[in-house]
Design a protein around this ligand. Structure first.
Ligand code: AMP
Length: 402
């Protein structure tokens, strides 16, 4: 890898390692963590730093605080869960800079971890302020950045702070970057991308980048409707689908760039038409040339399309996936997403496919399909994953180049 990792930090015995984690976990109204994935995935880096003799000071953002003292967004609420996940005492400091922090660091033992208060209690964090970054890293000898999910933002703790100390990416960020480089920058080909979700307009950068990089691009979900219309399927209209009429020319342009780059675009062959937009709505599957124009909603793709996508997967070595193939939140319109996800998971288990997925609803869609832990890699990052797929350089990753 072209990036600095913990292995490049040298001897950590007796050093203070500041770890920029992403502990922005979902929380209930009564301050209970509802999904500990982000905590759990930070633990290996903390443990490794501790096992190397470092004193670990963890920092993170949390929620969208309205200034300092917004206790609803205090990281204090996660202390119990972090402690449980680590099996170590976690000492909380109700600030992230200043005297209190220095005093707590001076007092800490090797067997405990310090957790500092929400970085976003200071506006300077989001502004990428360098003075704030210098204050932040004062107690640290080395700086480890592990918050890949925030790496698309040039916030103070993601960029300026990294430059102030000998620095490295943590193991979680390393894993994310390796997976994404393996899937997009340096893939084993043929490379296939599946892009679903609702609208073309929100995924333009993504599609424009993918058609230049991948060998096959499956377009499904609501966004496929615009491409179907653009390829001459007139029955697709604004009452039965999510077609975006102002995006037809853009869709045509994307298809022509794909052609010029030898990227095969795979559109639906058949669709599931439901009487209403509702769970268990009455529905039928029709070929794309038999779509009724007198009502109904196109909520999923049909079995022919599923078989065709699965056959394309069989031909490929690497898959990147973003966005569900249908309205997966409403049964039975999760059918295509589930079947394709299960097929990708089987190919992955058989060692035939390297599969990477992430962004927005994709993780819940794959969880719903029961295969989230069977993909080669599921990204914890939403926005950062998408920006990577869009081909953009992430400031929080770029700053860690060797
Ligand atoms: P996105 O955030 O753009 O990835 O979109 C995810 C959303 O797209 C999910 O909530 C799906 O329900 C929705 N979606 C997928 N396929 C369709 C469809 N055929 N019609 C309407 N919404 C869809």
């Amino acid at each position: 890898m072209n990036y600095k990792t913990i292995d490049d930090l040298g001897n950590l015995q007796g050093k203070v390692a500041m770890l920029r984690a992403d502990l922005n976990v979902p929380m209930s109204e009564d301050f209970k963590v509802t999904n500990t994935a982000r905590i759990d995935r930070t633990v290996p880096t903390i443990k490794e730093l501790m096992s190397k003799g470092a004193k670990v000071v963890v920092i993170s953002h949390f929620g969208r605080p309205e200034g300092k003292g917004d206790m609803k967004n205090s990281l204090q609420h996660i202390v119990g869960d972090l402690q449980r996940a680590l099996g170590k005492k976690v000492v909380f400091v109700d600030d992230c800079i200043g005297e209190k922090v220095s005093a707590a660091v001076a007092k800490m033992s090797n067997d405990e971890v310090l957790l500092l208060e929400n970085l976003r209690f200071y506006d300077e964090e989001k502004k990428g302020n360098e003075d704030f970054a210098r204050e932040l890293v004062k107690p640290a000898d080395v700086y480890v950045s592990d918050a890949f999910s925030t790496a698309h933002r040039a916030h103070a703790s993601m960029v300026a702070a990294v430059k102030e100390r000998p620095s490295a990416m943590g193991r979680l960020m390393e894993e994310e970057v390796k997976a994404l480089e393996g899937a997009l920058s340096n893939p084993t080909r043929p490379l296939i991308a599946i892009v679903g979700g609702s609208k073309v307009s929100t995924k333009l950068d993504l599609l424009n980048n993918l058609v230049k990089k991948v060998d096959k691009l499956v377009i499904s979900g609501g966004m496929a409707h615009t491409f179907m219309k653009a390829s001459g399927i007139d029955a697709v209209n604004e009452t039965n689908s999510l077609v975006q009429m102002d995006m037809i020319d853009t869709a045509k342009e994307i298809m022509s760039v794909a052609k010029a780059n030898n990227c095969e675009i795979v559109l639906p062959d058949d669709v599931v038409v439901a009487k209403e937009f509702a769970v268990n709505a009455e529905h039928k599957t029709v070929g794309v040339n038999e779509i009724p124009t007198d009502g109904g909603h196109l909520l999923d793709v049909g079995e022919k399309t599923i078989a065709s996508i699965n056959a394309k997967l069989d031909e490929c070595k690497t898959l990147v996936w973003n966005g569900p193939l249908g309205v997966f939140e409403m049964k039975p319109f999760d059918n295509a997403t589930n079947k394709v996800a299960q097929h990708a998971a089987e190919l992955t288990s058989a060692g035939k496919l390297m599969s990477v997925a992430g962004g927005g609803d994709t993780v819940s869609a794959l969880e719903n399909a029961g295969v989230a832990n069977k993909f080669s890699y599921i990204s914890t990052a939403g926005g950062a994953f998408l920006e990577w797929m869009e081909g953009k350089e992430l400031p929080g990753v770029a700053v860690l180049k060797k």
